[in-house]
Design a protein around this ligand. Structure first.
Ligand SMILES: [Zn+2]
Length: 364
């Protein structure tokens, strides 16, 4: 059976549960105590000589490109599962979906030969884009890309066409050891990360005509650099800290950084490796780690190149720091990134209209 044929027969209902609920679940995937990280502190200074590093004179890049992505769950839906005995490929049973109240968690509450079981799925929108800060034009939107997706473990799921766009089905293998909401949220995050990687990779081609000399730009990815360490002059910008990577004495030094100062560059790694350093953005004195961000770049570049990037980030990023009365995530939520996020969310569309379009599609 073709996907189109399946889609035309797939019925679904929108869950009444507020889809914005579950941010803690979304965060859960990052909330991994990373105690296994290996740290090599003697990249720039020997551990005994570690001290806060003041800003140095650097030449400004031709342009700074900030890359970020946003995601939004539009609805939780419930997809009916075929009764057991029907084997995929032998006889596809239509996938019925509903977006109302979730059914009982208990399976096999069969009414006649229809509902046997249902699986929760997510309909989500996600977008990624680039903002360019260049001398000629200041901060301006450079690229933007958005998608809609249906995230599910139901093997009978198909794309969901609506008047507001088609939710492309991503079927994730079920994992009995993993909470379904976390599993689907992770699948959504994976797709968003893929889109962010794509956007970051293509950002520089969009710079043509900016009068920015080749190789003079700097790419700043909001969040970890994963999937993008191959890009030259690229930094990951990490705003929140859940893990103490450094040994206790070096970790304690981070809290002593003055605004504008940074830590020496170090290498860290778990399943991945990075050059990294901490930087304190300008902020009013407060909590010991107020205004601290971690920056990272590729591990496979010479230490001198990583130190150069660290100096560049230190000279550059404080000027983009946000101000407390304007941004609740100040100063770490950089002004161009906050603007980009607003623009990305606008591109996702009106959530009320999107929800209505899904309900209409489920009823047809
Ligand atoms: Zn520009």
């Amino acid at each position: 059976m073709t996907i189109a044929a399946q889609a035309s027969r797939m019925r679904f209902h929108v869950d009444g549960w507020d889809p914005t609920y579950g941010s803690s679940v979304e965060n859960a995937e990052y909330n991994i105590a990373d105690s296994t990280a290996k740290v090599t502190p003697h990249i720039e200074l020997a551990p005994a000589d570690w001290k806060p590093i003041s800003p140095s004179q650097v030449s400004a890049p031709g342009a700074v490109l900030f890359v970020d992505g946003v995601r939004r769950v539009e609805a939780r839906i419930w997809i009916e599962q075929p009764p057991s005995g029907f084997v995929d490929g032998v006889r596809r049973v239509e996938a019925r979906i509903w977006i109302e109240q979730p059914p009982s968690a208990e399976p096999a509450t069969s009414t006649g030969n229809t509902v046997r079981d249902a699986q929760m799925a997510l309909c989500a929108s996600y977008a990624a884009g680039t903002v360019c800060c260049c001398p000629d034009r200041g901060a301006h939107l450079l690229t933007i890309d958005y998608q809609r997706g249906l995230f599910t473990t139901a093997t009978n799921a198909a794309d969901v066409p609506t008047t507001a766009g088609t939710y492309k089905a991503t079927i994730t293998p079920d994992d009995q050891d993993q909470n379904l909401a976390v599993l689907l949220s992770t699948a959504l995050q994976r797709q968003l990360t893929e889109l962010e990687v794509l956007v970051a990779t293509h950002a520089r081609t969009a710079l043509t005509g900016h009068g920015v000399p080749d190789g003079s730009d700097l790419l700043v990815v909001d969040g970890p650099l994963r999937g993008r360490t191959h890009l030259p002059r690229a930094l990951g910008f990490i705003k929140s800290h859940r893990t103490a990577y450094l040994p206790p004495d070096l970790h304690a030094m981070i809290a002593t950084l003055a605004p504008g100062e940074r830590s020496p560059v170090f290498l860290m790694g778990t399943s991945w490796d990075r050059h990294a350093w901490y930087l304190r953005l300008p902020c009013t004195p407060g909590a010991p780690w107020a205004g601290i961000v971690r920056l990272e770049c590729a591990a496979d570049i010479p230490a001198a190149a990583a130190i150069e990037l660290a100096n560049l980030s230190q000279a550059l990023l404080p000027r983009y720091a946000s101000i407390e009365y304007k941004d609740t995530r100040a100063p770490q939520n950089l002004v161009p990134v906050a603007g980009l996020e607003r623009e990305l969310r606008r591109h996702l569309g009106n959530p009320i209209l999107l929800s209505r379009a899904l309900r209409v599609a489920s009823a047809s």
